[in-house]
Ligand binder design. Sequence first.
Ligand code: 3PG
Length: 211
Amino acid sequence: MTIDEIMRLAPVIPVLIIEDEADAVPLGRALVAGGLPVLEVTLRTPAGLACIRRMAAEVEGAVVGAGTVTTRALRQAVADAGARFAVSPGLIEGEKADGPTPLLPGIATATELMAGFAAGFERFKLFPANVAGGMDAIKAFQSPFPDARFCPTGGVSMKNAPDYLALPNVACVGGTWIASVEAVRARDWDGVTARAREAAGLAKAQAAASR
Ligand code: 3PG
């Protein structure tokens, strides 16, 4: 699957910070049960890579990707672990769209967006969205960069996600609110599924509004 196809699978990509490898599979199952199949497992914990491996192998219906992929070596490592995509907070120096796994690089300015285009990317994470201009920035990018599509992440919540998703150049949003570190520590899988279901419903609400 291309990064564009992955971004269109669900309105929200949960950004996951998992401390204990044993939580990876139940967490993944809780999110898929709630209707969110696209999962970004960050490499911010020592367990990250092992979690990707376990989720990719054991969670049926999940499209498992890696987050916080900041180097070419990590892009290769997560691909080897079974990640179907990688997300980076910024552009990786010298890294092109073609590579071991589809990559969604972060950008925060027009200059970074243009550098991304030059490397073959057309899909970007706006990061940190709440600092990099949020909805106003995405609206402003529409006219000069009509081919770019975004996944704003950073400060996105159930409250502002519908407004982001209503923008024509937003494909999906990302965030930690569906499965926070605290919720994962508490193994609150029912709560995770409930928040996932609510977030998955944003797609339908958006479709209904556009009819
Ligand atoms: C990320 O890792 O992409 C962001 O830290 C997620 O931001 P949030 O915690 O505000 O959702």
